[in-house]
Ligand binder design. Structure first.
Ligand SMILES: Cc1ncc(C[n+]2csc(CCOP(=O)(O)OP(=O)(O)O)c2C)c(N)n1
Ligand code: SF4
Ligand SMILES: [Mg+2]
Length: 280
């Protein structure tokens, strides 16, 4: 099984998008092969930005809406056809700036969609302007004297918006990304993985994150307590946690509206913890 296409990949060498691309590809190919996902029933939605090219590189159904509108499109697709596995790829500018309202509503609505955010803390495609996740002091095209604003914390935002699966990944840890993507896809309800990644051309954060990230899965942290998840999401400094911050099983929007939910594929989460011992 190979879900790649023969299109030439356009991203700059070293861009964090490659890690997301290959981790997701491995997860989908593995689960099509073992019969847990149906290729024809997968639909991808990608936003406007460098990240948005990702759907060109998979041989899967896809749709490319206007900037910021990945969550409402994904929600609509899932509600219209509950046989679909719907995954949205968005940028930090896409989904935390112009599309901010939509991601909050999608999280609290708990439709069964998965969102993967390519969070490079910059507008890559439009050549280096600051976004809501750019740090204070960030110097770019539109902030030559430094960004005066304090950054948004997307993990806290998604937890308090009642997202039922909220995780952070790092593009320098591909095996861990695979683990998170697989957990997110098989979660019943809204799931989001915010992937911190460099834009090597306009905001190269690779070394900054590589020195600081640690996996929550290597600690005794349990993602089943809302208040503890909010508290954990605030940790950001010399150490930066990656992993599942919060997970909750509750009724999906589809169940509440229709009185039942259809899942075409087997929702038993595959046991993939052994992947965490593999080298990235
Ligand atoms: C409705 C609309 N508003 C604004 C734009 C301009 N625009 C195109 S890409 C982009 C930013 C992309 O940044 P991000 O979402 O972080 O993606 P990246 O390029 O970093 O992957 C913007 C503002 C647009 N194309 N359409
Ligand atoms: S400009 Fe940045 S985000 Fe866009 S492809 Fe290049 S490195 Fe990646
Ligand atoms: Mg971006």
């Amino acid at each position: 099984m190979n879900i790649g296409t023969n299109k030439k990949i356009q991203w700059c060498p070293g861009c964090g998008n490659y890690a997301i691309y290959s981790a997701f590809k491995n997860v989908v190919e593995r689960n099509i092969e073992n019969g847990k996902l149906i290729k024809e029933n997968i639909v991808l939605v990608s936003g406007i930005g460098c990240h948005g090219y990702i759907t060109n590189y998979y041989d899967l159904n896809s749709f490319h809406p206007i900037h910021g509108r990945v969550p409402p499109l994904a929600t609509g697709m899932r509600i219209a056809n509950d046989l679909l596995t719907v995954v949205g790829f968005a940028g930090d500018g896409d989904v935390y700036a112009e599309g901010m309202n939509h991601i909050i509503q999608a999280a609290r609505r708990n439709t069964d969609i998965t969102m993967i955010v390519h969070d490079n803390s910059v507008y890559g495609l439009t050549t280096g302007q600051f976004t809501p996740t750019s740090p204070k002091g960030f110097k770019g095209r539109s902030t030559p004297f430094g960004n005066p604003e304090r950054p948004l914390n997307p993990i806290t935002l998604m937890i308090v918006s009642r997202g039922t699966f909220v995780a952070r990944g790092f593009s320098g840890d591909v095996k861990h990304l695979e683990y998170l993507f697989e957990r997110a896809i098989f979660h019943r309800g809204f799931s989001i993985v915010d992937v911190i990644q460099p834009c090597v051309t306009f905001n190269n954060t690779y070394e900054f994150f590589r020195k600081r990230v640690y996996r929550l899965e290597d600690t005794d942290y349990k993602p089943n307590d809302f208040e503890k998840a909010v508290e954990k999401s605030l940790e950001w400094g010399d150490k930066i946690p990656i992993g599942v911050f919060y997970e909750e099983e509750t009724d999906t929007y589809e169940k509440l509206v229709r009185g039942h939910e259809n899942f075409f594929f087997n929702r038993d989460v595959p046991d993939i913890t052994e992947i965490l011992t593999e080298k990235s």
